[in-house]
Structures are given as C-alpha cells and as structure tokens.
Design a protein around this ligand. Structure first.
Ligand code: HEC
Ligand SMILES: [Cu+2]
Length: 350
C-alpha cells in the first residue's frame, strides 16, 4: 500500500470513529432520565453542587495563571527572538531583583492561600451538615466485584442498585451512606450526586447525597480493586417519595414462592448456590454473593455486565466467566435441564 493511501485510510477511519462517537453521545442524550454519562459538570445533588462550585474556582484560577504565563512566554519568545544582524551577544543579564523575587513569592502564596480557604470551606460544609434525625441510612459494602446494599432500618439487603427518594426544598431527604469493604479498598463515586469516597477494610467511612431530580444515576468503583474493577457499576435510582415507599414495601416482602417453579427452587436450595446467596431467610446471610430475594426488581446482574433478562441469567449461570472473567461466582457445570429450571425460578424473584 502506498503511503498516501495508508494515510487516507487512516483519516477515513478517524473520521468514522468521530462520527460514531458523536452519534453515540447523541443517542445517550436521548435517554434523558438515565444519567449514563457520568458528568461532574451536571450535578443533581447537594454535595455535588458544592464540589462543582469549588472545581470552577480552581479551574478559573488555573486558567488565569495559564493565560498569564503562556502570554508572557509567547511574548518573550517573539520579542527576544534572534534577529537579522544579531551578533550573537547575550542580552543584559538581571540578577537579584528584590521586587521580582518578592512578586513571585507573594503572589503564588496568596493564590495558594485562597485555594486552601475555599477548599476548606467546601470540605467542612460537606462533612458536617446537620442531618435530620430521621435521615435515611444506607450501608454499602464493597466486594470484589459488586456492591452489597443494606437498608438497616427497613430490614432488607439488596445489591448494586440503591434507591433513594428525591429531595426538594420543602422536603429535604438526605441519604446517609455508610461505606465499608469486605475485602480490598474500593471507592464509591456517582459523579452527579456527590464526591468520591473510599470503602476500606476495617475503617468505616460515610458520605451523604441529597438528589433534587428523579432518574437513574450511574457510578463506578474509583479505586483499582482487581481484575473486574471496571465492572462494578453502581446504579442510584432516585424515586419520587411514593415510588420509594412502594419499592421499600416490595423489598420487605418475603420471596415469592411460585409453585410453578418449585423444581428450580429445589435445585437452588439443595445445590451450593445457597452457600453464597440468600433468598429471604434461606441461604447464606454472610453476603458472599448478592442477595437474590428480589433479584428481578434490579436492572442488572453481575454489577452491570448483564441485564435481569432470562437470556442473560441463563448465560450467567452457564458460565459466569464468559460475562465477567475472574469473578467469584463459580461455574457450576449445570446441565441444560438444571439451567432452565434455575433460570425459570430466578425470574420469579420479583
Ligand atoms: C462460591 C459462591 C457462589 C456460589 C456457590 C454461587 N454464586 Fe452466584 N454469585 C456469587 C458472587 C460472588 C456473585 C457476584 C459476582 C459479581 O458480580 O462479581 C454472584 C452472582 C450471582 C447472580 C447475579 C446477581 C446480581 O445481582 O448480580 C446470580 C443470579 C447468581 N449468582 C445465581 C447463582 C446460582 C443460581 C447459583 C447456584 C447454581 C450460584 N449463584 C452459586 C457467588 C456464588
Ligand atoms: Cu472496586
């Protein structure tokens, strides 16, 4: 292939990639209520607004420094460039100017001081708010590679999907999220709702969010925690207060016991599934695997690698590694009959 053709091909490919990216972002924008693009510049929750405010201040100050330094540099390069007729002599050398030394010590010091003060103010505002006594308490435990979500006061456990009611000015409903880890360090980050905070073994942390718009907000683990670190999707579903009540009531219900899938339930309860998973009172309450009591009310399985559809569940049970390589759900070498029965059973867990 000639060089020219190769270059043309490359350009065409780049163009295509560009068009694809633009189309992708447009189609993402269409799903308005699902905030898939995790955009820190579009906050919908109280601490996220504060964080963006300070980010703008820091960006503005840095942009100003960039412009000033950049302009001085360009000016100096232009003004003192080698000119025709230059004899190659050095320009006059200035040494030890007190004014200049003072200026470039004091000005940066003031800038850093301003940055420290605004950062400290925002940090304090975010860390020490006066929570109402009845604020919603949620406990999130990071696992390799999924999120356990506990509602201690409501008395149920779920996974990878956090529901909270929307806040308004007359009815603020902050949710306090206690963060812990079952294994290694993870980090909870839903950019549109709040800052990033680590989940550490043996060191409880906490944060809070107060979203003012309903919808689904996506977040991710923001601390490398192993092979499937990138597949730890967090979905925060911000409901209206009524939707939230209804969701809580359903999560509190005991698991459905549909007689039509008794065969699948029997397999589930007699195989090792029950050593790692809980369905209601039955099974492992140690949280090694996600609680499955109301599995089908969630949007995804495997923290975002699949949907709660029959096809994806079947594939997951058949070979978890094909969807999430290295995950801690073992391949159980199930027969097709077992797979079908189990999948039928799981799809009734609403
Ligand atoms: C050794 C423990 C273990 C055993 C045994 C086990 N699982 Fe799992 N399972 C897990 C773990 C861990 C995950 C989470 C994987 C991830 O997202 O990284 C999981 C995820 C799942 C999920 C997806 C849930 C969600 O919300 O993401 C389903 C469904 C599931 N398992 C069903 C089963 C069934 C059915 C069996 C029995 C045939 C079984 N599991 C056996 C550990 C286990
Ligand atoms: Cu993680």
């Amino acid at each position: 292939m000639s060089l020219v053709r190769a270059v043309r091909l490359k350009t065409a490919r780049l163009l295509l990639a560009g068009i694809f990216l633009i189309l992708a972002s447009v189609s993402l924008g269409a799903e308005d209520r699902i905030h898939k693009v995790q955009n820190v510049f579009d906050p919908h929750s109280t601490p996220a607004h504060g964080i963006l405010g300070i980010a703008w201040i820091v960006l503005a100050i840095c942009a100003l420094i960039f412009v000033v330094v950049g302009s001085l540099l360009v000016y100096a390069i232009w003004r003192f460039r080698e000119k025709r007729g230059d004899q190659g002599t050095e320009p006059p050398q200035v040494y030890g100017s007190n004014q200049i030394e003072m200026a470039w010590t004091v000005i940066p010091l003031l800038i850093v001081l301003v940055l420290i003060l605004v950062t400290a103010r925002t940090t304090i505002e975010i860390d020490e708010p006066a929570f109402p006594a009845d604020a919603l308490q949620i406990q999130v435990v990071g696992h390799q590679w999924w999120w356990e979500v506990v509602y201690p006061e409501q008395g149920f456990i779920t996974a990878n999907e956090i529901h909270i009611p929307v806040s308004s000015e007359d009815d603020p409903r902050p949710a306090i999220i206690q963060l812990a880890s079952a294994d290694v360090a993870h980090s909870f980050w839903v950019p549109q709702l709040g800052g990033k905070r680590d989940l550490l073994p043996n060191h409880p942390n906490r944060m809070w969010i107060e979203p003012e718009q309903t919808g689904v907000y996506w977040g991710n683990c923001a601390e490398f925690c192993g092979t499937q670190h990138a597949n730890m999707l967090i979905r925060v579903v911000v409901d209206t207060p009524e939707e939230f009540e209804a969701w809580v009531l359903n999560q509190q219900r005991p698991p459905r016991e549909d007689p039509a899938v008794a065969g699948g339930r029997h397999i589930f309860e007699t195989m090792t599934c029950i050593n790692c998973h809980a369905v209601g009172e039955k099974g492992a309450q140690n949280g090694f695997g996600p609680d499955l009591t109301h599995l089908m009310t969630r949007g995804t399985i495997g923290a975002g690698v699949g949907e709660t559809s029959r096809d994806d569940l079947y594939q997951w049970l058949k070979d978890p590694d094909s969807m999430k390589p290295g995950c801690y759900m073992p391949d159980m070498k199930l027969s097709e009959r077992q797979l079908n029965k189990l999948t039928d059973y799981l799809t009734t867990l609403k």
